[in-house]
Design a protein around this ligand. Structure first.
Ligand code: ZN
Length: 384
């Protein structure tokens, strides 16, 4: 009975429902079968235990960026988000020169092989100049399948997702190529129509990159990409639940249309996540963070919202306390759905026997009180 941790007394959120006064037993880094007569190691009465969060779209945190091209910076970003409950994450790059992106991918691929990351998400450069947001317009290019292939190859098997604008020349062909290589094709930073978006989904696109942001608005005679991505059951829609990118009413609309099983909360966080206001780099650009909102500081895209400073513990709390979602739906959007999207649902995303002991402890006000990853406390709950 060595190396066995028994967490008891909490409300445990399982796929089947919330168990009051439930217990989670951890052994050898995994969730083990619970024996009710066993004495608890830690009494978490008054707390929630939810699965560790899974972020499929994050650029950095703790003052560090995945685009910096060093393992040291990447690990700083990883540690920052882990301390906020994200136990699985995909590192996102921003638009850059192809050779630069290939170099960044090599570093991130190594961290993926070590198990520190769940892969790489290339956001750009194959996106629309009309919807580039914080991406540098002069570095954008059409999605030539040969170039897309180059980036995928540079990631040595770690490429998990690519955001592109499918209406650009080569767009549909690139979506097909990504799908064939097991890389998620994500529609985003796009000026696509409703019809063209449905074509992209038919070609294999399965994700909407931060739905509503960096794409045409939903209009009653021109539903655009938003309606197409919401209605098709093959698509998971990313939402940035920071209160800046989306109004709670719009977030609720997305849940009502797509259902709780097709939404993935993301941070889209840049280096300032987990830090104070100030100036931060985002790829080759400078970003000013004021009152927690990040905007491009200078150049042609000055003033654009540049990612977020969100962490997923805050997204969870907002989901329940501001957006009015049931705790179980918040868990789906933060853990189960993104885990399934990444093909990792056999290991992470829910509190079930045999899976990695990745879990988050929240107090009665939904504030983060503990984080465990693979059976080890990264943030140890202080319980009286
Ligand atoms: Zn992003």
């Amino acid at each position: 009975m060595v190396d066995r941790t028994v967490l008891a007394g909490a409300r445990v959120v399982l796929p089947t429902g919330v168990v009051e006064g439930g217990r989670v037993t951890v052994e050898g880094g995994r969730i083990a079968a619970s024996a009710p007569q066993e004495r608890p190691t830690l009494d978490l009465t008054g707390h929630w235990i939810v699965p560790g969060f899974v972020d499929v779209h994050v650029h950095g945190g703790g003052g560090a960026s995945f685009s910096a091209g060093t393992a040291e910076e990447a690990l700083t970003a990883i540690r920052t988000h882990r301390a906020h409950g994200t136990t699985t994450m995909v590192a996102s790059t921003v638009t850059g020169d192809l050779a630069d992106l290939a170099r960044q991918a090599a570093v991130l691929a190594e961290l993926t092989q070590q198990g520190d990351l769940a892969g790489i998400h290339f956001e750009g450069p194959f996106i629309s100049a009309h919807r580039c947001g914080a991406h540098q317009p002069e570095l954008l290019r059409d999605p030539d399948p040969a170039d897309v292939r180059k980036l995928v190859d540079a990631a040595h098997g770690a490429a998990r997702m690519m955001t592109l604008a499918p209406e650009l020349p080569g767009g549909l062909e690139s979506v097909r190529l990504l799908a064939e290589h097991g890389v998620i094709a994500a529609v985003g930073h796009t000026d696509s129509t409703y019809e063209a978006t449905l074509e992209a989904i038919d070609a294999g696109a399965t994700v909407a990159t931060h739905l509503f942001n960096a794409m045409p608005s939903l209009l009653h005679r021109a539903p655009g990409p938003i309606a197409a991505l919401l209605e098709d059951e093959r698509v998971t829609v990313e939402l940035i639940n920071d209160g800046t990118h989306l109004h709670p009413s719009v977030l609720q609309l997305a849940f009502a249309r797509a259902g709780a099983d097709r939404v993935a909360f993301i941070t889209d966080a840049m280096g300032a996540a987990g830090m104070n206001d100030g100036m931060y780099p985002l790829g080759p650009m400078r970003v000013e963070v004021k009152d927690g909102v990040a905007r491009i500081a200078d150049g042609p895209t000055a003033g654009s919202i540049a990612g977020s400073t969100l962490t997923l513990d805050t997204a969870f709390k907002r989901a329940v306390t501001v957006d009015g979602l049931p705790v179980q739906d918040a868990v789906r959007a933060l853990s189960a759905n993104p885990a399934r999207l990444l093909g990792m649902a056999d290991r992470v995303g829910s509190l079930e026997e045999g899976k990695d002991a990745d879990l988050v402890v929240l107090d009665g006000s939904y504030d983060l009180a503990g984080v465990m990853r693979k059976g080890e406390w990264l943030v140890r709950p202080e319980v009286r």
